[in-house]
Ligand binder design. Structure first.
Ligand SMILES: [Zn+2]
Length: 182
């Protein structure tokens, strides 16, 4: 199970429906809905930019929003340059739309990767190359200073919300545990 699937499964929000996706109230993992359509779901295809807008709107109603994109990982495993370029263009378009509507005065934005892969298509495996981390918005300097390694990111997110990651390891993080930063 992927990280976002686990969060939706164990969290309080649950999975969003096809109807919500069609109304722009949910974002599909491929940013377009193409995979769902191929599977036979009754979806209206979205452009990556419209999905980026939807993602920005979703952040406004939540304390924490995680979006996980992994088609670039698939392109890396298949060593497929054409797909790698197309998927990176999709992410670029979505991110542009996210930034257009995102409230950087109120919300910290973190952009990172959990491992390398697509940057080196000479191998079909994940790489150990350093990955970028972008932090923007309130508390970005403190957040970035806690992250020397990709393994530090999850702990920094816990600390940002005032949750002790050791004490609450393996437990669902309920709203009452969270102390939102001022
Ligand atoms: Zn992979």
């Amino acid at each position: 199970m992927s990280c976002t699937s686990a969060m939706a499964y164990y969290g309080e929000g649950g999975f969003r429906s096809t109807e919500m996706f069609n109304r722009g109230e949910a974002v599909y993992f491929d940013l377009t809905g193409r995979y769902a359509k191929r599977r036979g779901d009754d979806v209206r295809l979205m452009t990556p930019a419209r999905s980026g807008e939807a993602l920005s709107r979703i952040t406004l109603a939540h304390d924490f929003t995680l979006y996980e994109y992994f088609l670039t990982d698939f392109a890396g495993h298949r060593q497929n340059m054409g797909r790698a370029v197309r998927y990176l263009e999709d992410v670029d378009a979505a991110l542009g739309a996210v930034l257009k509507y995102y409230d950087l005065e109120r919300y910290l934005l973190i952009l990172t990767s959990d491992h390398g892969n697509v940057e080196d298509l000479s191998t079909r495996s994940h790489t150990t190359n350093p990955v970028p981390l972008v932090a923007a918005g309130p508390g970005h300097e403190g957040f970035a200073s806690r992250c020397d390694d990709v393994m530090d990111v999850a702990r920094a997110v816990f600390e940002y919300f005032g949750v002790d990651p050791v004490k609450h390891s393996g437990q669902p993080i309920r709203a009452e545990l969270i102390k939102l930063p001022e």
